[in-house]
Design a protein around this ligand. Structure first.
Ligand SMILES: [Fe+2]
Length: 250
């Protein structure tokens, strides 16, 4: 795929600036409530890769993250950056960003009334849920490679397969650590209800394989009844290499 050397603002007009000083005391407080509530559970149910990542990128319970600070730490470790956007990007632009180690990140804070559920991503889902994993070298490599393949996938069927791979790993992935199943997908990290369901009796947890994930239908906006468990993030990288051989690329 063509390497892009332009800065993010010239590449995609959807990139915006995070005006951190404009966040209100109420928004910092809502962030803190969300952070404390999830961390209380994630200390036992969250992947240690997430827990370590949240620390090393400097997430704090008392303030909305400043992406400039997060990126200063993160880019030193794996070359990833969180780049602010106003909302959903078209799929290929989103995948292209991933292929360049840029993670499109919404920067709005949900209201107090939306604490339990928000249909669209906000900074809590995107930065708390996604970005800590980007500090892990194996996950960082997996996600970039994923972006390269997904944005070059030519056939509609392959796009569906790659979307399933994203859903069952980056968004709703589970990992086996120290004999226990832990959550690492952002949809689980950022949502108490989804995480409790993922580890509870109503969700079937299957061993991860590329074949199984490529063939597993999913529906958004309700609790998942099938999820997949990896043994390590190296397994994800191996899967994305296998995907590269199986997907027809432009
Ligand atoms: Fe997400």
């Amino acid at each position: 795929m063509q390497e892009l050397s332009e800065g993010p603002t010239t590449l995609l007009p959807a990139f915006i600036e995070q005006r951190w000083d404009d966040y209100t005391a109420e928004q910092h407080e809502v962030w803190g409530l969300l952070y404390d509530r999830r961390m209380k559970q994630l200390v036992t149910d969250g992947s240690r890769v997430f827990l370590d990542g949240a620390k090393v990128i400097g997430l704090r319970h008392d303030q909305v993250p400043n992406l400039a600070d997060v990126n200063a730490r993160l880019s030193r470790m794996t070359g990833w950056n969180a780049v602010p956007v106003a909302g959903f990007l078209p799929a290929r632009e989103f995948f292209q960003c991933l292929s360049m180690r840029r993670f499109p990140t919404t920067i709005t804070v949900r209201t107090r009334e939306q604490m339990d559920y928000l249909p669209e991503p906000d900074i809590f889902h995107d930065v708390f849920g996604h970005v800590p994993l980007h500090s892990d070298p194996a996950f960082a490599d997996f996600l970039q490679r994923y972006g390269k393949i997904a944005c070059a996938a030519r056939d509609d069927e392959d796009v569906v397969r790659m979307t399933r791979l994203f859903w069952f790993t980056v968004e709703f992935g589970l990992v086996r650590e120290d004999g226990r199943t832990k959550v690492y997908g952002s949809g689980l990290i950022s949502s108490h209800g989804d995480a409790a369901n993922a580890l509870g009796p109503k969700c079937e947890r299957r061993p991860f394989s590329l074949d199984a994930v490529f063939n597993q239908h999913f529906e958004i906006d309700h609790l998942q009844d099938v999820l997949f468990v990896v043994d390590s993030f190296e397994q994800l990288f191996a899967a994305v290499r296998e995907a590269e051989e199986r997907v027809t690329l432009c």
